[in-house]
Design a binder for this molecule. Sequence first.
Ligand code: ZN
Length: 380
Amino acid sequence: MLFSSIPGLEDVKEKIIQAVKNNHLAHALLFHGPEGSANLKMALALATYLHCQNPQDNDSCGECPSCQKMSRLVHPDMNFSVPVPGEGKEDKEDKKKLDPIAAFRLFAIQNGYGNISDWVYQNDFEKKQLNISKNAARQVIKTLSLKSFEGGYKIMLIWAPEFMNAASANSMLKILEEPPEKTVFLLVTSQPEQLLTTILSRTQKVMVRAFSDEEIMSHLVAENMCSREGAVQIAPLADGNMREAYRMIDQVADENTVLIRDWFRACFSVDINQIFNFVDNFSSKDKESQKSLLLTGINVLREVMLDKAQVNNLMRSADTDRDFIHKLGSHVLDGQKISRIYEILNTAYYHLERNANMKIMFADLSFQIARVMKPKQTAS
Ligand SMILES: [Zn+2]
């Protein structure tokens, strides 16, 4: 994970890199930042930098064998300790199946702004008691007593260390105080106030501040996650929390897909009452929501095309929408109809700004789509 993969936060990155260059890095660091901050990503970027064989002025090289291993978090000197369900007897079978470290690598790569609830959800941990047990603490000490595999730093990242109970925290005090040579502890938390003071006092704090609105906006636009106008609306609501910004974007996309699905159904069955309900609903939305709705329609058609062409690896739609997309492609729309509706939606999208009467626009759009979908009008 490179520093450059984290949007903004140049001040935080600069401080960390300077500490490495000036040899001011403590052997136990506490990366703390509010929920949805880059605290985990920042700790991983530092770990990558420490392992990099060809570190640049502001970042890891991204190309050396160490960087490549770190991009998948499989560097042999990169160790993790994370909260897992307590060792109840009835859990033994589940525990065999789950490799928590492999699960955490996936989590950190795919969901770097995620919180404990996301971790619980990803692994179906519900109702189980998460902790970093005394056994896990012993494992940390044992791992770090071994020589480093590649001759460089040995890094131990403890994610959500507030899940250590008193016994496991106490057993780790000594190694935090006097770790073996070239060992670095990275503790990553959003709840530093829940840590024992004995742990806190043994770490150097690295504050990973919340993102600014501008940082969130630029990131969402740069990653093509939404339009500039959409990002302007979302960023202040996200309040510095990137996880929340992603959640809002997903939510809008989900709601839009359901609307598009039901609207297309109404158009297909030429259900006039329903069509006019949609026309009322769509025309009462603000311009930005209307644009995002039409974009969802365009994306749905793209997905139908990909599904028909059986290139599922390029599809981006949620699993829950796949059934509707497949049926639309197999029962309603052939290739020609897809391109026709695609064109209609695209034209509407580009003329949205200039259209004064939204009711007429959406009614017209609905009947154009209904005409194309009409079964007996299959093109010769
Ligand atoms: Zn490198």
